[in-house]
Design a protein around this ligand. Structure first.
Ligand code: KG4
Ligand code: ZN
Length: 363
């Protein structure tokens, strides 16, 4: 059978990562996945500082690669190719990764495959579950929010996305406004557990408009206003106020994502009627059969249990399957990049030394 082993590199945001992934006889296996985060590095700045991030990537890439190869018990010579995130992302970091990958590929005489970071996220359900094309992907992270119909390793249809902030960004800003620690998502979710989601009314932006576009920046404004009103009333923010604000905010995000997912699933289903049979699936589904329509998620916000429950409900109602890969593969990692590299490689993709780092790169 066919065996392809790839080293993957990721450095487009604030995680430096390297991984080794193998495809053997239709089964994908993650042989190693090393992620070095930069949370402490940027903690004092209230966000990722691009220059600091790029320097840290340069320093850590080699170590991550060595570690990933060692954990896999393999040498560079055992690889069939090297995949690297070539964008979109913070350009300094992407350049560091691309340079490193070029050096390794040239040194070992290996093929180089550039990968779109978003494609890495979007193809993860195939790495973890052998999911067949086509399926619906909701990518919800700190930097991204979009619905994609994933039709092939290089074939994506964007159904809509945020027109301003990403949901993770909104969670982070909410946490900041309420004096909670970063990253904001987990902190807001924990606070919300003791809160009443109905006490403070939050808007449901863009639900009155057709389509799958979303907006989250208005929630931040609503939160600020509600916070100041609560503070003016009581002379300060009580524990309960904070919990209710978090719960109300979270419910609004969940509602918006759920309703837009409902619409996106309708597009997939309408689409499936005409395309499902026609699409050839090069990678075999683990169950070996035509799968039910699937909504898969990726990105850190997919960790949120209230949002997950809302999406699961939508899938139940639509007769669709909800698929959430393990969290460490939902957030930034290099296994998804190695995998996307393997998928492109199988289609014949090869990038030479002219491979460029791209700050913007829509799918
Ligand atoms: O995918 P990710 O690790 O990094 C990128 O944005 O690329 O996502 C991080 C984002 C942060 O904004 C974080 O606050 C959010 O995901 N997040 C959550 C939760 N856990 C992480 N948001 C809501 N609820 C959570 N439990
Ligand atoms: Zn990402």
């Amino acid at each position: 059978g066919e065996t392809i082993t790839f080293l993957g590199l990721e450095s487009s945001c604030d995680d430096t990562a390297a991984a080794v992934v193998r495809l053997r006889d239709g089964q994908a296996e993650i042989l190693s996945s090393v992620v070095a985060g930069q949370v402490a590095l940027h903690a004092d700045f209230g966000g990722v500082v691009p220059e600091l991030a790029a320097r840290a990537h340069v320093e850590k890439l080699d170590v991550c690669v060595e570690e990933a190869l060692a954990q896999a018990g393999l040498a560079l010579e055992n690889m069939d190719g090297i995949a690297v995130t070539a964008g979109p992302g913070l350009i300094g970091g992407v350049m560091a990764g691309v340079m490193c990958a070029k050096g390794l590929a040239a040194g070992a005489g290996l093929p180089l495959v550039g990968v779109n970071h978003l494609a890495g996220h979007a193809l993860t359900p195939r790495l973890t579950d052998g999911l067949a094309f086509p399926y619906l992907m909701l990518l919800v992270s700190g930097g991204h929010c979009q619905f994609l119909i994933v039709r092939g390793p290089e074939e994506f249809t964007r159904l809509g996305g945020t027109i301003d902030d990403a949901p993770g960004e909104a969670f982070d800003k909410t946490a900041k406004l309420l004096g909670l620690p970063q990253p904001g998502g987990p902190a807001v979710e924990a606070e919300a557990r003791n809160g009443d989601p109905k006490r403070i009314a939050f808007p449901r932006p863009l639900l009155d408009r057709p389509g799958c576009d979303m907006s989250f920046s208005g929630l931040k404004t609503a939160l600020l206003r509600a916070r100041d009103a609560a503070m003016a009333e009581a002379g300060g923010l009580t524990r309960q106020d904070r919990a209710d604000l978090c719960a109300g905010f979270q419910a609004a995000v969940a509602d918006v994502l759920a309703e837009k997912s409902r619409r996106a699933l309708r597009v997939l289903l309408a689409d499936a009627g005409s395309h499902m049979e026609a699409i050839q699936t090069p990678y075999v589904n683990k169950t070996g059969q035509a799968s039910a329509p699937v909504l898969a998620v990726a990105g850190g916000v997919a960790a949120n249990s209230v949002i997950r429950a809302a999406l699961e409900r939508v899938c139940d109602e639509a007769g669709a399957r909800f698929l959430a890969p393990p969290l460490r593969l939902c957030t930034d990692n290099a296994a998804m990049i190695a995998w996307a590299g393997i998928e492109r490689f199988r289609l014949g993709a090869r990038d030479g030394m002219e491979l460029a780092a791209r700050p913007r790169w829509p799918l």
